[in-house]
Design a protein around this ligand. Sequence first.
Ligand SMILES: [Fe+2]
Length: 449
Amino acid sequence: MTHISTAPTPPASAAVSDGDLRMTLAAELADARRRTLWLVEPLSDEDLHRQHDPLMSPVLWDLGHIAAFEDLWLTRNLTGHVEFSEMPGLYNPFEHPRRVRGTLALPRLAEARETMDEIRARALARLDTADFRDGPRLLLAGYVYRMVLQHEYQHGETILQTLQLKRGDPYAPPQRRVLPSPAASYRPGEMVFFPGGPVELGTDDRSAAYDNERPRHRVDLAPFWIDVTPVTNGQFLEFVEAGGYRRRELWTEEGWRWLTEAGVSAPKHWAKRLGVWTTRTMDLIRPLEPLRPVCHVCYHEAQAYSTFAEKRLPTEAEWEAAASWDPAIGAKWMYPWGDEPWTPELANLDQTAFDTAPIGAYPRNVSPIGCYGMIGDVWEWTASDFCGYPGFEAFPYSEYSEAFFGPEYKVLRGGSWATRPGAVRSTFRNWDYPIRRQIFSGFRCARDA
Ligand SMILES: [Fe+2]
């Protein structure tokens, strides 16, 4: 069994020399690759090539795509400008929608790994001469390397979504990190007050943040209430048992249309066996635990629950303010707990637990206003459509986020247990269709003051 690392990403600082930054980036690239390969280690070649679900790529496609993306950005684009559309056809996500990727002529694992190694060697050779101060804009502060790192981290989470949907025998993780027991107790449904007023959202960081997180800007928020904890399994069970999935009045028109077509009556991966509700995460099936965050719900389910609870979903501005803004001193933090980089004691991130944690297991994962668990465990649906902030500028390619701006996508915040720490912060924005529930998604509610 290979070693699993939980090294956090140190923040880039102007005081770091180019040589030190090169070493850090090379170590992070190696760590990202170790993790990717560790996740897929238990899979047979057949499992790697199989399309386990129409929503997900064969895992082998993700591996090839990770390498092709690295080749595009860390070698080809650093010697002369290349458009994203010039990514090799087989691994170009826009040329082949996920549902058909199982029909592509994908290589065997050994061959894919050779390609990954060969591209990595060229990327590292180029890194040796990278000029992070006066080089092209892509290289300033090491940005393009962090972009490629985050891309690999994000595909790791995508692979975990696929593995949760695996056909045949369920995926057996190579090892599971033991989660801490709750050290603080919370009453699910309890709310905390945010006084409103001017807050700062987004960031001007150019070393790691994506274009859609920029620029940092000020908004005036009305006062609101927000749940102290994510909605739990226990709370969601009340909704299920009160006939929430049959009560038309709780759903929007679009939500009801989805529900009628999907014909579901509980979150994905919930099942009722002999009168007992169970949940499944990978190969672990157990009775529903009321004090873990509900996971695998779509936006419409989150919205219907919020109406049932006589609440609503927070906007993403409210979410970010509740997660990172200290209204007492007018300061913003990178994480709910401050600016200190993630460590395993701070929040349930980094994949290796393969599970959500009971509420209260991370007593330091509390924001300035007192919201628990805004980073880690489950992504949280917000009420907001995905769009650019005022003054948004696509960089370095519009296919990362700008191509998705619009009302079809809802924003999710905060990362899940399956998110690597280098791929989440209080300004990080994720987005997906409001009908998606194969993702590790939950939510918390808000209410007008
Ligand atoms: Fe990608």
